[in-house]
Structures are given as C-alpha cells and as structure tokens.
Design a protein around this ligand. Sequence first.
Ligand SMILES: [Zn+2]
Length: 66
Amino acid sequence: MIKRIAYNVFEVESETDPSKTYTVFYDRFRKKFFCTCPGFVTHLKNGKPCKHILSVLSSIGNEIEL
Ligand SMILES: [Zn+2]
C-alpha cells in the first residue's frame, strides 16, 4: 500500500514485512527519487530504482511533475 504524505513524499509498505514502511521522497532539485529502504543504496549504484520507487511511479503515473 502506498500513502501520499506530502506532495513529493510517499510511504510504501514493505512487501515482505507489512509492519514496516519505507519513505520514498522525490527531490525536485536533484530530479531524483530517494528511498529509506536498506536496498536503496545498492540499487542506486546499479543505476536502478528500488521496488518502492517503482511502485510509487506506477501508482502516481505522471501526476507528479518530474
Ligand atoms: Zn526502497
């Protein structure tokens, strides 16, 4: 489940542990998404967004101004 908590801040439930949520944040100045999950840094090195960012993207579509 995804909860929008601010214009560019989203809370995404962990698929493996629903008691956990990760915060996905879109930085309009750096034009990048950030996520608080542990895998985010690894994904960033590989140049791929983590699955939380992907679910935010698919849920908001192009609603957010990127
Ligand atoms: Zn993530």
